[in-house]
Design a protein around this ligand. Structure first.
Ligand code: PMP
Ligand code: GLN
Length: 382
């Protein structure tokens, strides 16, 4: 394995899920739902499978899916031409990797917010670029963007900034003011923004998802990425997409076409159906997840953790110190065997493990009885 990929030989999700299976633990580690998506979407996939949609779809994605993505994006008030400005990918993961490979190279720096979704560091490394990490800061009871830190991280080599909101693993949803500051930085320093918006529909209470591309000066310098997995409970389908200017889409497509070329033929029309007809279902999912967030948060507090607030995503972070632990990773490795629950330590998503070692991430995208069983087991930690 080449040196630049040596830090990335395994993923925490694969490791923790394997450990959970070995100990028959309740798996609140890897974030995936334990119920299916809307029946209409599943029917559409079945119809496509038996309707002959089983060969290569067009390189940029099936036209009806690109049209549905454009309609969906229009909800935020930003218009994309399905012919030249939308690209269907193998999940958001491929979209992120192909964007970095196409747009950054050795000598370039990419600003990444810490803690970061694990694929970002690996994808920046695959591109041959370098990551410049800026940590979120705990302020006013939430994990906030460190605007000063971001400004200080820009150098003449900075090419792009990767922004994930709603944010995995903290559950932060960046405010419009925070995103405006990011936009100002991008415009001033002529940076490309790559946004990971896979949790765009999973925002709670009065939080609002603001796509960075909708802010002044950002539409043509932003690669907006999302996927169907989280919105429609189909994380295994790996249908994602990129919306950007024709130049940026053409660049990402140049990389993407030699990574997977195309994927998910019969799933693409089903996701098109879902984007056009199943957003009311996604709204019910959002409401239900908000209840699950509250259910798990209450249970984790009862179990003795200090629970951090979550405004979006599938995840809650807790501080393990009130229970007498110092390093959440040590706890995470013994938790499946000791009480039969799996969770993920936040420090594995950072370059500064000392600063983040107290936090443990739990996923609440599970049936209520699964959440309750996990809480019952976690109470034994006291
Ligand atoms: N970004 C974030 C922040 C995620 O949590 C995930 C995991 N689902 C992904 C990207 C990957 O999305 P996909 O499954 O569509 O590749
Ligand atoms: N996105 C999911 C999470 O953060 C896991 C995805 C994966 O297993 N790579 O838990």
């Amino acid at each position: 394995l080449v040196p630049r990929l040596q830090p990335f030989t395994s993923t925490i999700f694969a490791e923790m899920t394997a450990l959970a299976v070995r100990h028959e633990a309740v798996n609140l580690g890897q974030g995936f739902p334990d119920t299916d998506g809307p029946a209409g979407m599943l029917d559409a996939a079945k119809n496509a499978l038996f309707g002959g949609a089983n060969q290569y779809p067009p390189g940029p994605g099936r036209p009806e899916l690109r049209a549905a993505i454009a309609r969906h994006r229009l909800r935020y008030g930003v218009e994309y031409d399905p012919g030249t400005e939308i690209l269907v990918t193998a999940g958001a993961t491929e979209a992120i990797a192909a964007s970095l490979i196409a747009l950054t190279q050795a000598g370039d720096e990419v600003i990444v917010i810490e803690p970061y979704y694990d694929s970002y560091a690996a994808a920046v490394a695959m591109a041959g670029a370098e990551r410049r990490v800026v940590g979120l800061v705990e302020r006013d009871g939430r994990f906030a963007l460190d605007i000063e830190g971001l400004r200080a991280a820009v150098t003449e080599r900075t090419r792009a900034i990767l922004i994930n909101s709603p944010h995995n693993p903290t559950g932060t949803v960046f405010t419009r003011a925070e995103l405006e500051a990011v936009a100002a930085l991008c415009v001033t320093h002529d940076l490309i923004a790559i946004t990971d918006e896979v949790y765009e529909h999973l925002v709670f209470d009065d939080a609002e998802h603001v796509p960075l591309a909708t802010l002044p000066g950002m539409r043509d310098r932003t690669v907006s990425i999302s996927s169907a997995g989280k919105t429609f409970n189909c994380t295994g389908w790996k249908i994602g997409w990129v919306c950007a200017s024709p130049e940026l889409v053409a660049a990402v497509k140049a990389a993407k076409q030699f990574i997977t070329f195309v994927s998910g033929g019969p799933l693409q029309p089903a996701v098109a159906h879902a984007l056009d007809h199943e957003l009311p279902w996604a709204e019910e999912l959002r409401t239900s997840l908000q209840g699950k967030r509250d259910r798990l948060a209450a249970g984790l507090a009862e179990a003795g953790f200090a629970v951090r607030p979550t405004a979006g995503t599938y995840f809650i972070c807790v501080d393990v110190r009130p229970l007498g632990f110092d390093d959440a990773a040590e706890l995470a490795w013994e938790l499946p065997e000791r009480v039969g629950v799996a969770a993920v330590p936040v420090k594995v998503f950072t370059d500064h493990p000392e600063e983040w070692k107290h936090l443990l991430r739990f996923a609440f995208c599970k049936r209520n009885e699964v959440i309750d069983e996990a809480v019952t087991r976690l109470r034994k930690l006291r």
